[in-house]
Design a protein around this ligand. Structure first.
Ligand code: SF4
Length: 232
């Protein structure tokens, strides 16, 4: 039988929601101490740039996205300009990211939709954002939280994995996980908490080998014994 990976084992968790909320509060307070400066890592100046950068960040790193967006937004600064961009030129600029043809198409088509349906502006509603090409719930929540100050839970690979390790959810489906996480976290801080979780996932609580013995959350983490018993 194949060996289970760390993320497939769930820790025990309190049955009562209030107890789960209290445990989550302790973790988020500690995260705030550990990561006081967490913020969106995608460089942007407005909602349109953030929307495009987030679409581009699929299957690549934020740093790589940040390496191409200066030329992209210098050349095509808004939805009107991007809607009229030659695909070959977008593909040339986006080439370092991988999936550059699909991403070029997404940027142009979402820009055409913005021009046709929203006067070239980025809508501030989740239901509208997810109708745009290349934009799913995760991207929409990034845009809402960081460009419009509308709190959203961004369930990327880090947030999903850490939420499972902390007993906030057992779901692997991002939307189902988002619903579980929303029950234990205070709504007004969703966006910032997600930035902190992502930083912790990138720096300490790695997918394959979480650095539990160097982790500032070790005493609060219900997976500590589980993962270290398993790894030994
Ligand atoms: S103790 Fe280990 S599993 Fe828990 S948050 Fe820290 S690194 Fe992740």
């Amino acid at each position: 039988m194949a060996k289970k990976s760390a993320k497939e084992i769930f820790p025990p968790r309190p049955r009562a929601l209030a107890a789960r909320q209290q445990a989550a509060r302790e973790i988020t307070e500690r995260l705030a101490e550990l990561y006081p400066n967490s913020q969106c890592a995608l460089v942007h100046r407005n909602a349109f740039e953030l929307l495009c950068a987030t679409v581009l960040s699929a299957q690549t790193t934020d740093a790589r996205v940040n390496s191409v967006t200066p030329e992209l937004f210098e050349t095509y600064p808004d939805a009107v300009a991007m809607a009229g961009a030659p695909l070959e030129d977008l593909e040339r600029i986006l080439h370092p990211l991988g999936f550059f043809r699909a991403k070029a198409k997404s940027l142009r088509e979402l820009s055409i939709s913005l021009v046709e349906k929203y006067d070239g502006e980025v809508p501030a509603q989740l239901e509208s954002l997810v109708t745009l090409r290349g934009v799913g719930r995760k991207t929409a929540n990034v845009v809402l939280g960081n460009a419009f100050d509308i709190p959203g839970i961004t369930v990327d690979t880090h947030v999903g994995r850490l939420a499972r390790r902390w007993g906030w959810t057992r779901e692997k489906d991002p939307v189902a996980a988002e619903m579980d996480i929303a029950k234990v976290l205070p709504g007004e801080n969703w966006t910032l908490i997600c930035h902190r979780i992502i930083d912790h996932g990138r720096q300490v609580c790695h997918s394959r080998k979480p650095a539990c013995y160097e982790c500032g959350l070790a005493q609060l983490c219900p997976s500590f014994d589980l993962l270290n018993g398993m790894n030994s």
